[in-house]
Design a protein. Structure first.
Ligand code: SF4
Length: 166
């Protein structure tokens, strides 16, 4: 009789990603750019781990990146547009179109009112101090390039910052 040095239970142990598809992604949180291995089964994400093939992180993730799955599964994550009017105590749900229109209108009003074309010596400066932009580390290089181009070159905004060092 053949006898193997493992139990049926041990023989049945397998990776929780068995039969899952593996896809490549980048951690969305900061400019280090660690690679992620995203596992899906039947179209659902079942796990996200560090990608051992990454030349940046070699499979390691910091605690924030290691919890990327929470972006999808956190019940507290707000996935609709909320608006709180000035001096109001409650949030109201609005459409994305409404919010984009409002932001565009306020930006235009502020620029029309506050753009400084020439300084006191007559030097052309075209700068705007009443608007500032603060980016988050979830913005990628291309998004930050467009933000910088729009806000400084396009609108004349002086204060453009980002949480991450880009
Ligand atoms: S947040 Fe952490 S895991 Fe994500 S890219 Fe930055 S260092 Fe890497």
């Amino acid at each position: 009789m053949d006898r193997e040095p493992w139990s049926p239970r041990t023989a049945d142990v397998h990776s929780r990603y068995r039969d899952a598809e593996r896809r490549h992604a980048l951690c969305p949180y900061c400019a280090v750019g660690c690679s992620l291995a995203v596992y899906t089964r039947d179209g659902e994400v079942v796990g996200i781990e560090g990608d051992e093939n990454s030349p940046v992180s070699r499979g390691r993730l910091c605690p924030k990146g290691a919890n990327t799955l929470q972006l999808l599964r956190n019940p507290h994550r707000i996935d609709r547009v909320l608006y709180r009017a000035p001096y109001a105590g409650a949030w109201e749900e609005r459409s994305l179109e409404w919010v984009v229109d409002r932001i565009a209108r306020l930006v235009k009003e502020a620029r029309d009112a506050d753009l400084v074309e020439y300084d006191e010596s007559g030097l052309k400066v075209n700068h705007l101090k009443s608007i500032a932009s603060l980016g988050g580390s979830a913005c990628d290089n291309e998004e930050n390039y467009l933000i910088k181009k729009l806000f400084t070159g396009g609108l004349g905004v002086l204060s453009v910052e980002n949480q991450a060092r880009l």
